[in-house]
Design a protein around this ligand. Sequence first.
Ligand code: APR
Ligand code: ZN
Length: 272
Amino acid sequence: MESLIKRAAKDLAESKYAIALTGAGMSTESDIPDFRGPKGMWTTNKEAEAKAYERYDLFLNDPKAYWEELLGLRGIYGTFREQIRQAQPNPGHYALADLETLGILKCVITQNIDGLHKKAGSKRVLEYHGSVNAVRCISCGSRFPWDEISPDELPPRCHKCGAALKDDVVHFKEPIPSDVMEESEKEASRCDLMLICGTSAVVYPFANLPRMARFHRGVTGLDVMGHKANVKIIEVNADPTPLTHEGVSDYLIQGRTGEVLPRIVKEAKKLT
Ligand code: APR
Ligand code: ZN
């Protein structure tokens, strides 16, 4: 483990454009369960997983009922959301914020809706699956802070175009908002180092991003395998993922992000 931590610190210190990709594993040490880990929400509650696949359709068919559920006026989803809004960052989140302050990390692209990267001080965060702290208009794409909506009229309406607002969280079967998707693909294609933390890397289209970094077409400097030679892809995760097995990542540091990432930053600080 120690040699891999030193290797990651050296790779980060030598990188010109490093970015981080994160998933629910980043926040388990902030007492927010992940989805597919041993104690994950989908692993332990198949019914909740099935319901999660119906949520977007519910919004499209009955936005009032959708909002009643969201506001905890019915079902459990509301309470889970409140649990997330109360959560606090852990040392893993602060370590990524430190890497940004050191000028090493250019952005964090996260699947997490919990807002903990921003709470930890990260400035450039792309919330690929949205945030519990915002609402979004699926008609004109405008976003507004969650606290601006009033539960008096359900569904709440967009201040710009009058369409029904949805919370910003992206559900299964819902399209990824084009602004965050385009920005994320640009970052994945231009990075020379990708640090992937706490994700099983099985949910698409997010899981395409590491492959874009590895196989981005049209970039000179591809090696014989068509690999973009100059990109380093490092995983920090409790378990190996398809990226590990398929050789998309260069190496995996198997451990808890809240322990491994601060150690990498400590080593990187010695090199910068
Ligand atoms: N440190 C490192 N890895 C961890 C930790 C930890 N403290 N805790 C859990 N893990 C690992 C798990 O072993 C698992 O491999 O993090 C991974 C989390 O994977 P998932 O639960 O699948 O979460 P994620 O990849 O973010 O899911 C993607 O799926 O359900 C949807 O929209 C939801 O954004 C989510 C998406
Ligand atoms: Zn609108």
